[in-house]
Write a protein that binds this ligand. Structure first.
Ligand SMILES: [Zn+2]
Length: 82
């Protein structure tokens, strides 16, 4: 992995935990414009966080009924993502 890509993938995952500065955001956008790998990486993280964020909010926290099996499966997936 190129040095720039390493930095970008780090920023990408940090962007879900904190708000990036303007400089960092521009760095990401500039890099995504040139590098398809990092763009795809960012896209898949975003999709995943949408899906899991939704599940977390609606099914786990609010305790809407799910079959035990499904709940366990989701929890084990969430554990792995940490
Ligand atoms: Zn890259």
């Amino acid at each position: 992995m190129k040095h720039a890509c390493k930095r970008v993938s780090q920023l990408t995952s940090e962007s879900f935990d904190r708000k990036l500065s303007l400089t960092e955001t521009l760095q990401l956008k500039w890099h995504f414009a040139m590098c398809g790998l990092c763009r795809n990486y960012h896209q898949s993280l975003k999709t995943m966080s949408n899906v899991f964020g939704h599940i977390r909010e609606h099914d786990l926290k609010e305790n809407i009924q799910l079959p035990d099996e499904a709940r366990q499966h989701i929890q084990s997936v969430l554990e792995k993502e940490k």
